[in-house]
Design a protein around this ligand. Structure first.
Ligand code: HPA
Length: 254
């Protein structure tokens, strides 16, 4: 089954039909509780499950999200594919506010987050030390599926780009963004990791759909400051396009 993890400005998926909420009992996963209930329903006629990454009321900040519980809960409910919706700041001329992208690389600048299932603490084979290959952090067939869906509904999308994940919840300094640009990043957000790595550890097919909601700090229209109300307003309106693409992904499958 396909799961959609909604990010900022996508805490609810109103396009879902026949909705059924599953609140997970405590203790709901070996890692604690997910961000909120799993919302099952039909998107474009296909059974999917939706999870709000920051909780239904947007109350969980990026560094406090229980990424392990979220992915564990999804897999426990027969999820095999995850499309992660993220909002990002754009770095460089091509990733301007309003642009959409399906990133193909990640750089992880986060710290102190529970970033693996294989930490030797929870029983079974997860108590072992295990390394995953993460050369290509996103599932390529699922990336292509999103790109094709966007093409069919004629919504332009960047194919690829490097997503830098910062710790947050504060935004970056101008100097930090200059460093990310030198590192080769095209977009910056706070929730891409460890979510993608944890999905790989569980053998889930995982890809991200990124919406640029502002120019990154110190660049373009954010040269002096990031206009947060404007970024939030853009996120709210542009999310309709994201949902349009997601519906097409669900419609066709892959
Ligand atoms: N930086 C980090 N995360 C973000 C940004 C940003 O500029 N915009 C939206 N999420």
């Amino acid at each position: 089954m396909l799961a959609i993890i909604g990010g900022s400005s996508l805490d609810r998926l109103s396009a879902l039909a026949d909705v059924r909420r599953v609140e997970m009992a405590t203790p709901s996963t070996p890692y604690g509780a997910p961000s909120g209930p799993l919302i099952f329903g039909k998107l474009a006629g296909r059974d999917i499950v939706f999870l709000a990454r920051h909780g239904e009321n947007h109350s969980v900040p990026p560094h406090k999200i229980n990424y392990r519980a979220n992915l564990w809960a999804l897999q426990a409910h027969a999820v095999t594919q995850v499309v992660a919706v993220v909002t990002v700041g754009g770095i460089g001329a091509h990733f301007t506010a309003g642009a959409l992208a399906v990133p193909d690389q990640i750089i992880d600048y986060t710290w102190g987050r529970a970033a693996t299932f294989f930490d030797g603490e929870v029983g079974g084979d997860r108590a072992l030390v295990k390394h995953i290959d993460f050369t290509k952090p996103y599932d390529e067939p699922l990336r292509q599926c999103i790109l094709r869906a966007a093409q069919r509904v004629e919504i332009p999308l960047h194919d690829g780009g490097t997503y830098a994940t910062t710790q947050g919840p504060r935004l970056e300094t101008a100097a930090e963004i200059q460093r990310l640009a030198r590192d080769g990043a095209h977009m910056v957000g706070m929730t891409g990791m460890p979510e993608a790595a944890l999905a790989r550890e569980l053998n889930l097919q995982y890809a991200a759909l990124a919406l640029v909601v502002n120019a990154a700090a110190g660049t373009g229209t954010s040269a002096q400051a990031i206009d947060l109300p404007a970024a939030e307003a853009l996120a709210r309106t542009a999310m309709a396009q994201v949902v349009h693409i997601l519906s097409e992904v669900a419609n066709v499958g892959n």
